[in-house]
Design a protein around this ligand. Structure first.
Ligand code: BG6
Length: 517
């Protein structure tokens, strides 16, 4: 950053609440998420001096382990998953002093007494009273655990002076609207809505947060962000990996519940929502909910026309053979679970009426890349457009969410020379070039926000329910019908042919994300 950039930078977090000393209790501490994401994120926050001091992290899980044994495991995981290799020995040793393991069964009340004693052994009052409970466990256990925490008076359903308790819950938040509502009622029996932090890790990504800055701190783009200028919007979240070892979970979820209900609809909400009245969590979330509520619910009989599902069969990616989904471990060999979904959504509000939003996501696609493409209307059919016809590319803004994070504006220009030739050119902003290669993990930001008590980047009760309201009728439209031949796609392609037809029927086409050049 040069001096002028430094001067021009607005620092919005100066007035933010400081993080207070607290204890973080992770339920499901033996799980993958703890080792891969949570501990590396907390370690990096510690190294960057963003964690409050003092702090404690307690891992709660069933397996017998000593503090030292758990720390060793986590150190090995950190060496593998840390975004900054190699782990700083001295920093780790200092960080690891704050880690304790609490062995216990989630269903055993005695385990919570044990946890309470452990917390009481911490001298500093904030470490006993400011508690962040992170539930990285099966959603079927959320209600039970929160109930037991309340019973042990570790979680109080009120704001107490001199202490706070918050519950962070991982996705999937329910299987459908009814189960999400049940879960919400269970949780809110023991905690106030403002004590519940529902995670969608996409909201912790820099580029996803930047959608609001891009839209509402610039005046030039927002003027175009409506049905007068936009022809349609494409949101693609592609993944080059298959389901791998997660077959058991994925069989129940499928692409629509694993990715679309949460990550893609969150991105859609940020791209399409109205400007909030303030940057307060509730204002931002109010607008997201309004947007999700404006999305037209497809009736089951409209699903076939507007939604495409797919499942991968054997193929290759980068020359490597990939197995069919039905051959993956823990997957039913006759499974009808979708590993790909594409859909047309309509947003019935003043700004977007008539503008289709095309969303797609899938496993074993050619590329791991996520993008939002705002495709503008073509120029009027006179002058250059009259001569070039549909070949004249319409303008587009692409928000590249990951990897090669950046924003590209595509417009037409004259090819230099004595001929008259026009072709699209690109104006590109790349995060790396502009800001250096600093991409903190989403979990770092989210953990910090939960500790600070800022819920902006978390999903509110009505938001999660609105999202299920969009997904449920689609699943009802599929009604457990078996996949047909045309719904399979070879691994390494952009989904079944029907996904292309979804756009082709209105003379549009997917613009596939491109690899970095
Ligand atoms: C998770 C899904 O929520 O998001 C996974 O359960 C998916 O199936 C992952 O792979 C994608 O996250 P990211 O950050 O790699 O895009």
């Amino acid at each position: 950053m040069d001096q002028l950039d430094e001067v021009l930078t607005c620092r919005l977090d100066l007035g933010k609440r400081l993080v207070e000393p607290c204890s973080i209790v992770i339920f499901g501490a033996s799980g993958d998420l703890t080792a891969r994401k949570l501990i590396p994120a907390l370690y990096h926050l510690f190294v960057e001096k963003r964690l409050p001091l003092p702090f404690r992290i307690i891992g709660f899980a069933r397996r017998e382990k000593t503090d030292a044994g758990w720390r060793e495991e986590l150190k090995a995981a950190l060496q593998q998953f840390s975004r900054t290799k190699k782990v700083d020995e001295a920093a780790w040793t200092e960080f690891a002093r704050n880690l304790s393991y609490c062995q216990g069964d989630l269903e055993d009340p005695k385990a919570y007494v044990h946890l309470k004693h452990l917390l009481e052994s911490f001298g500093v009052p904030e470490l006993r009273n400011n508690l962040l409970f992170y539930l990285s466990i099966s959603p079927t256990q959320f209600g039970d655990v929160v109930g037991r925490l309340s019973e042990a008076r570790l979680l109080l359903r009120q704001q107490q002076p001199g202490g706070w308790q918050r519950v962070v819950v991982e996705k999937p938040f329910g299987q459908d609207l009814a189960s999400a509502q049940r879960l919400n009622s269970e949780l809110t029996q023991f905690a106030l809505e403002k004590q519940i932090y529902r995670i969608d890790h996409y909201l912790g990504k820099e580029t996803v947060q930047n959608i609001l800055m891009f839209r509402f701190s610039n005046s030039i783009f927002e003027q175009l962000w409506n049905r007068q200028s936009v022809d349609h919007v494409q949101i693609t979240v592609g993944e080059k990996l298959g389901v791998g070892a997660r077959g058991g979970y994925y069989e129940e979820a499928g692409a629509i519940r694993d990715m679309l209900q949460n990550h893609l609809l969150q991105v859609l909400a940020l791209v399409a929502m109205e400007p909030p009245v303030s940057l307060e969590a509730e204002s931002v979330r109010d607008e997201k909910v309004k947007l999700l509520n404006a999305v037209r619910r497809w009736q089951p009989e409209q699903v076939a026309k507007n939604v495409v599902r797919g499942q991968y069969v054997a193929g290759t990616i980068g020359g490597q053979p990939c197995p069919a989904y039905r051959r993956e471990p823990k997957v039913n060999p006759e499974s009808n679970t979708e590993t790909f979904v594409a859909m047309r959504l309509l947003v019935d509000n003043w700004r977007w009426a008539g503008v289709p939003f095309f969303l797609r996501t899938g496993k074993y696609l050619p590329l791991s890349a996520s993008e939002v493409r705002i495709q503008f209307r073509p120029p009027p059919n006179v002058l250059f457009a009259a001569q070039c016809g549909p070949k004249l590319d319409a303008n587009a803004i692409t928000l590249r969410l990951q990897p090669n994070e950046g924003i590209t504006l595509r417009f037409n220009g004259k090819v230099p020379g004595n001929n008259i030739q026009i072709r699209p050119v690109r104006m590109h902003f790349g995060y790396d070039t502009e800001f250096g290669a600093y991409t903190p993990e989403a979990y770092e930001r989210l953990l910090l926000e939960a500790i600070a008590g800022d819920a902006t980047l978390f999903i509110r009760r009505d938001e999660v329910e609105a999202a299920w309201g969009i997904v449920d009728p689609i699943r009802a439209g599929w009604a457990n019908t078996p996949l047909t031949e045309r719904e399979f796609y070879p691994a390494g392609t952009w989904g079944p042919a029907a996904a292309a037809e979804l756009l082709a029927s209105s003379d549009r086409a997917w613009r596939d994300p491109q690899p970095a050049t």
